[in-house]
Design a protein around this ligand. Sequence first.
Ligand code: SAH
Length: 237
Amino acid sequence: MHPAHRYINYLCPMRIDIITVLPQLLESPFQHSILRRAIDKGLVEVNLINLRDYSTQKQKSVDDYAFGGGAGMVMTIEPIANCINALKAERDYDEVIYTSPDGETLNQRTSNHLSTLNNIIILCGHYKGVDQRVRDHFITKEISIGDYVLSGGELAAAVICDSVIRIIPGAISDETSALTDSFQDNLLAPPVYTRPAEFNGWKVPEILLSGHAEKIENWRHEQSIERTRQRRPDLLE
Ligand code: SAH
């Protein structure tokens, strides 16, 4: 289903629960711009959950040494299980996502799909990652934001949320804007220009000043195809 066709129920916004050991790291991304407005409009609810609140250890610890030895700590299953079970007792979840460099690489299709869901959990990893049993028994989807390693899943969670929330209908005031971005329809976006029409002798393509809506639309489409052919021919296959 295309995100534009998602039935918006203002009484039941999308809900994203993010489980993290560093909730402070995730506060700012949701306090500005499009994400902030989507939350204020009631299109989405984002909850930052501190995993330490679910630790039963004295020091509120959430990690331990790896069985078999080796460098790096591993996040323990107990607090994660307590946290996810507590959330699941309150409502049903469509996906329980783990951010991980070995997950499927995030793309626009996945973001479109996620934006149509009602309730999702995103679990942020740290250290060497989580005990494999968490992944085997609680996680329904593993997402990587690219072939490089981050220190924690928080920035990945922020990237996932940004790409998902901005396409919830109503999040961007000009509805069509999100749908003309790169990767929607497997094409890269055409070049854009704004005032002044001439700077330093560098002119804006004449067609854009013509006021001829249909010709402009065609020009943009051709530019999109050309740019995609040059930069990402794999998308056209
Ligand atoms: N030892 C792990 C990496 C751990 S990095 C490995 O080699 O696969 C610590 C945490 O950061 C991970 O558990 C994951 O939650 C997050 N993370 C790191 N890189 C990421 C990426 N590219 N995409 C999504 N999450 C990532």
